[in-house]
Design a protein around this ligand. Structure first.
Ligand SMILES: Cc1cc2nc3c(=O)[nH]c(=O)nc-3n(C[C@H](O)[C@H](O)[C@H](O)COP(=O)(O)OP(=O)(O)OC[C@H]3O[C@@H](n4cnc5c(N)ncnc54)[C@H](O)[C@@H]3O)c2cc1C
Ligand SMILES: NC(=O)c1ccc[n+]([C@@H]2O[C@H](COP(=O)([O-])OP(=O)(O)OC[C@H]3O[C@@H](n4cnc5c(N)ncnc54)[C@H](OP(=O)(O)O)[C@@H]3O)[C@@H](O)[C@H]2O)c1
Ligand SMILES: Cc1cc2nc3c(=O)[nH]c(=O)nc-3n(C[C@H](O)[C@H](O)[C@H](O)COP(=O)(O)O)c2cc1C
Length: 618
């Protein structure tokens, strides 16, 4: 029997408790009698109980509610996801399977594949959406997000919904897109099945909690937490059906090669790493990413321990599961020490006697907090807000888990079986009077040699994939490390003996020192796997030349490729390059297609809807 809830019935908390106590105890004939009794009452008008019948306390309590007929619980659930790097997509697929096993009829869809005019008919809606850019929706959620905020959005009084947001608390607009959907659906008249949950990078537990609550609201409490846990675990495994290794259980991959791709004299260092996947069962497709768990810089770890006067060998928790290890091990491999977030400062303030930290967290100090957090790390916090009244144990338990970094895979599995290649640019800069080192990129550049191992997993990305038809032309735009996935795409096309034309736009600072994978492109041009290569070296000329300038120079030909059905891929910098390339593509379509700016933008939006324009930007 379905358990009644406040959220799935017209009853209040007291009535729900009374009914849930009584209903399971009724025999079949008692149920039939009660049903008849309540119908008779509602026919006579609310409150007019048949006199001859003695009323139990429960029925008296229920009496006030019988005039509102409880709507039959719908067993149909629509699950919509918006995802850039695949997390929400994987979770949506796994949670949907669990709902189906529970007897629900589930319609799961990417937001860009969902017809918004059918939203009015949806009764139960689950939204799983991440946030990208600076608080922006993922590419495949943009149009639906826009639709809901437009005048065309329908009233949704019969909708019950719940939103799961994925994000990262180190961003100013944490889970903004989830918050937008949640608020907008309420404004349109929807009622929440269960409250929104906003998840940080370590999302498994909060996702399971959220899904447990959703299941309870839809289905009653039986086994909801266990079912939810199982669904999240299954999502984790979805990328590696043939392998025991995943994000929660990375594979220790042996490093086969670690080369600097930049020439002598370059002001950049870009490493090409090759890892062995032998024995892991891990495979991947072009467009997928490699998750790499890094180690923090040992000097920073030592400086933090010294600044706090702690003992590096002290035993501390390594995670929430109860594993323990030395403080040195914890700060080196398990906890994030290079990023400050508001939630971290809110916890740290309890351990500090400095009034300045409290002031920074005051509601009116938001701008000061933002400015302080930017570019500072745990060592800055320790120096700036001592004296600290904190044991090593109390301190590490407020830190975030050290997250893996994603890298676009730069090899094809078919061309290099049991290997994975990736391309890492070392991040080094100075702020607030100190040298800073990107955790993972500098670990790969400075402390990883052939023969060492790196803990890795595969993060499949269904939103950055080659067309199924090898004859379809490809246009690839990838300046800097953005070129990495196109090495994988072209190696794969080479393996397939594909007939489709391919065109690569590449750019970096200097031709002589920064032409990543130059000999590979040359060979591919000779072999015909790459049909065209256009390059833009930004610092070889007085005026900067970028990939979008090359795109505009080849406007006519590029438009012809689009009209022939080419797929367009953009990879690399999200903040500037991706926006500028997008604008250049709109200009090409506008000028060559003789369209208005709006029609040209719509043309490109349509390509995105059809998955002919895909971006992997960071
Ligand atoms: C899907 C995806 C694919 C990716 N593919 C690649 C790839 O192929 N190759 C690649 O190299 N990277 C790639 N990245 C980026 C990669 O995941 C890491 O973010 C990158 O290597 C930096 O990580 P890190 O640990 O070295 O630096 P972190 O310790 O994470 O530090 C990076 C942070 O430092 C700060 N920072 C950086 N430079 C400066 C500066 N000059 N001044 C002030 N602050 C600064 C910024 O806040 C930045 O976010 C990808 C990211 C995603 C999401
Ligand atoms: N989110 C993260 O954690 C993270 C981590 C690492 C890197 N990134 C970003 O990823 C991007 C890739 O980094 P990268 O080091 O491989 O290369 P990059 O910095 O993007 O540089 C590659 C080339 O692109 C040029 N460029 C600069 N602005 C451009 C624009 N608006 N349009 C087109 N081209 C432009 C550069 O020229 P000039 O330099 O001469 O201007 C350079 O020639 C970086 O921008 C970085 O911000 C993000
Ligand atoms: C380039 C980039 C920008 C991001 N911007 C935000 C942001 O503004 N706010 C936020 O909460 N999370 C942000 N995130 C974190 C993602 O939302 C988070 O990694 C999420 O798990 C991704 O889920 P997806 O794979 O379904 O897209 C950003 C991540 C990347 C790579």
């Amino acid at each position: 029997m379905v358990q009644l809830q406040v959220t799935n019935s017209p009853f209040d908390e007291n009535q729900v408790q009374l009914l849930n106590r009584l209903l399971p105890t009724l025999t079949e004939s008692q149920q039939i009698w009660l049903g008849g009794y309540l119908s008779a009452m509602s026919l006579r008008g609310a409150g007019a109980a048949p006199e001859a019948v003695e009323q139990p306390a429960l029925v008296q309590a229920a009496q006030s509610a019988v005039s509102v007929a409880a709507p039959p619980l719908s067993r149909e659930v629509t699950v919509l996801f918006g995802s850039q790097t695949g997390n929400c997509q994987r979770l949506a697929a796994s949670l949907s399977r669990k709902l189906e096993e529970q007897g629900f009829q589930v319609n799961v869809s990417a937001m860009n594949a969902f017809k918004p005019n059918t939203l009015k008919k949806v009764e139960n809606l689950l939204i799983l959406v991440s946030t990208h850019g600076e608080g922006e929706p993922p590419d495949n959620a943009r149009a639906f997000h826009e639709f809901l905020y437009s005048k065309r959005a329908p009233q949704l009084e019969s909708l019950r919904y719940s939103v799961l947001g994925l994000g990262d608390t180190s961003y100013e607009f944490f889970c903004q897109t989830g918050k937008d959907f949640d608020q907008r659906l309420e404004e349109l008249g929807g009622r929440r099945l269960s409250p929104r949950t906003d998840c940080d990078l370590d999302y498994d537990e909060p996702v399971a909690d959220w899904f447990g609550k959703v299941l309870e609201a839809l289905n009653g409490p039986q086994n909801a937490p266990q079912l939810a846990d199982a669904a999240v675990q299954a999502a984790e495994k979805a990328d590696e059906p043939q392998s025991p290794f995943s994000r929660n259980q990375p594979f220790q991959a042996e490093v086969l090669e670690n080369l600097n791709l930049n020439g002598r004299g370059s002001d950049r260092e870009t490493r090409h790493l090759e890892l062995s996947l032998a024995g892991s069962g891990l495979t991947f497709e072009p467009g997928d990413s490699l998750g790499v768990y890094p180690e923090n810089h040992p000097q920073l770890v030592a400086d933090i321990i010294a600044a706090m006067g702690w003992n590096a060998d002290e035993t501390v928790p390594l995670n929430k599961k109860g594993d323990t290890g030395t403080l040195h091990e914890a700060l080196l491999r398990h906890y994030e020490i290079t990023v400050l977030t508001k939630p971290l400062l809110e916890q740290a303030v309890k351990l500090s006697a400095a009034p300045g930290l409290q002031a920074l967290l005051a509601p009116e100090a938001q701008q000061e907090l933002k400015a302080y957090i930017q570019g500072r790390d745990l060592l800055d916090l320790i120096h700036d807000f001592g004296p600290w009244n904190a044991s090593a144990v109390s301190f590490v338990t407020v830190l975030r888990k050290l997250p893996a970094r994603l890298y676009s895979i730069s090899s094809s599995y078919n061309a290099n079986p049991e290997e994975v290649h990736f391309t890492v640019r070392a991040v080094r800069y100075e702020t607030h009077g100190r040298e800073r080192y990107g955790v993972c990129s500098v670990h790969c550049a400075e402390r990883v040699q052939p023969g060492d191992t790196l803990p890795v997993y595969i993060q499949s990305n269904p939103n950055f994939k080659l067309p199924a038809n090898p004859d379809v032309p490809l246009i690839m735009v990838g300046p800097g490390t953005g070129v990495a996935p196109f090495r994988s795409f072209l190696e794969e096309r080479g393996e397939q003996g594909a007939g489709g034309k391919t065109w690569l736009f590449y750019g970096d600072r200097h031709f002589v020192t920064d032409f990543l994978y130059q000999t590979d492109w040359q060979r591919m041009l000779n072999e015909g796997v790459l049909s065209k290569l256009d390059v833009a070296f930004s610092r070889d000329t007085e005026e900067k030349v970028y990939v979008q300038h090359r795109i505009l120079e080849h406007s006519k030909e590029l438009y012809a490729w689009l009209q022939e059905g080419a797929h367009v891929y953009v990879c690399g910098d999200e903040k500037h390059m991706a926006h500028d390339v997008h604008a250049a593509l709109v200009t090409v379509i506008q000028e060559e297609g003789g369209l208005s700016p709006e029609a040209a933008a719509a043309y490109l939006e349509n390509l995105q809807q059809e998955q002919r324009y895909q971006r992997d930007v960071y």
